[in-house]
Design a protein around this ligand. Sequence first.
Ligand code: ACM
Length: 285
Amino acid sequence: MKIGFVQLAPVLGDPDATMQKIDRLIQDKTADLLVLPELCNSGYNFRDATQAREWAEEIEHSGFIRFLEAKCSELDLHIVSGFNEMAGDHLYNTAVLVGPEGLQGKYRKIHLFMKEKDYFHPGDREPAVFDLGECKVGCLVCFDWIFPEVWRILALKGADIICHPSNLVLPGLAQSAVPIHALSNRIFVVTANRTGKEGDLAFTGLSTIADPRGNILLQASGDKEEVGVVEIDPSLSSNKWVTPRNHIFDDRRPELYRYLVNSPPDSPGAEGRLKSKGKEREGNR
Ligand code: ACM
């Protein structure tokens, strides 16, 4: 199976121009599964909430989704893309999975980054796994990368490949962490990042494909629009043995992990949750 990223700079507020770029980059069937960056139909750095809404689309009426469906049908492949989704009165930062038969699934970003908190509702559903026949895929979106819990949920649900549309701005952090998430969950990961600048934000490129041993199979440049594809055996992800006596799922001790979901109200984690709702905090920007 061939999997890859399409690294490009979506054009802010101009989905037609973005679709032309994608069309140019995906001319032939070079892969079975391709991943595009986050918020590919709209761009990222909105002036305000009004602009974020103006450039959102409902999945049912989206020209961008129809374009992806046509591409998938023409080239017999699957595409995962970031999508600025309007659903009812809410906006979500979504990843859509499209195949030759149309839309096959979606995931709404759970962990919103910086100003996204002013525009989007956080995802309201647990990460899901979708069966493509030759493999199972899950999706995460950009800043989700820093939360090990969601990687683990997808691995436990049987994901072979995690597709990770991104608009990364913190230099090198996610690109260093992604192979580690691949290793600790014994899965493949395709991080499709974007390039270019929008206002005060510079995006970091270096789209990455990692394997279940944590090897970087392929990494893009920091600044070019490019497609990167590797051939993999997705069944390698079903081997969760690290040594003949260590299995990453069976050796877990969930009875000792209850603090993860039941930390008491006065714990440092609870304090963090309260503070991050109300205040800006020092970060590693
Ligand atoms: C990000 O979540 N777009 C950094």
